[in-house]
Design a binder for this molecule. Structure first.
Ligand code: HEC
Ligand code: HEC
Ligand code: HEC
Length: 127
């Protein structure tokens, strides 16, 4: 093998390794802010904002904990998941997925983190 080719392979491998924290299964976490809304039904609050950048310390699977078919990053309210728009508690509840005390939920993790930068006030997420 030519030395230059070998070097460029090393450089490519290094670049990949450095990029790893934001990649998993070949898919990148969206760089921008995601505006979240229920796929069906009527929202009563302003859509919640979510940024992967401020959650880079968490493992992907802490939130993306269930595959839908082969999709590791399916929407939270996919069929069979947190799709119940009326229940306030339980695994299928849309509301509970984001506000329960389970550390996988937004508010659950924020309460546990007890970090002033992790908001628990409604209007900090529904902004
Ligand atoms: C703190 C929770 C959390 C962590 C950690 C997290 N994500 Fe996400 N991710 C979300 C939420 C919430 C959404 C939006 C889901 C929805 O719209 O229902 C999302 C959406 C996505 C999407 C977009 C899917 C689409 O349809 O556009 C991809 C891809 C993704 N995440 C990849 C990743 C990867 C890769 C990691 C790890 C590097 C990661 N996420 C870490 C919460 C998280
Ligand atoms: C695994 C724990 C964890 C989960 C789950 C989590 N967060 Fe956070 N979040 C944090 C931490 C820690 C911070 C503070 C980051 C820092 O130090 O800046 C934070 C910061 C934030 C902030 C303030 C910074 C910013 O991006 O504006 C918002 C808003 C936010 N989270 C929304 C959400 C939403 C919405 C969800 C659910 C879809 C969610 N978080 C799920 C741990 C979590
Ligand atoms: C850490 C972020 C976070 C905080 C704090 C938060 N929510 Fe949410 N909430 C979400 C996410 C994410 C969703 C799902 C996306 C959406 O529908 O906006 C959601 C959805 C909802 C929904 C269902 C959708 C709708 O608009 O009707 C209601 C109701 C709701 N939140 C009420 C509240 C109330 C009331 C508070 C304050 C007591 C609150 N939330 C605090 C993240 C948060």
């Amino acid at each position: 093998m030519k030395r230059s080719l070998f070097m460029s392979m090393i450089v490519a491998a290094l670049a990949f390794a450095l990029a790893m924290p934001l990649y998993a299964g070949g898919k990148a976490a969206p760089a921008g802010t995601i505006t979240m809304q229920p796929s069906a039904g009527k929202a009563t609050k302003k859509p919640a904002k979510f940024s992967h950048k401020s959650h880079a310390a968490a493992k992907c699977a802490e939130c993306h904990h269930h595959k839908v078919g082969s999709n590791e990053y399916a929407k939270c309210d996919s069929k069979g998941c947190h799709e119940d728009m009326t229940a306030k508690t339980g695994a299928k509840s849309y509301y509970a997925a984001f506000h329960s005390n389970n550390p996988k939920s937004c508010v659950g993790c924020h309460k546990k983190a007890a970090n002033p930068k992790a908001p628990t006030a409604c209007n900090k997420c529904h902004a």
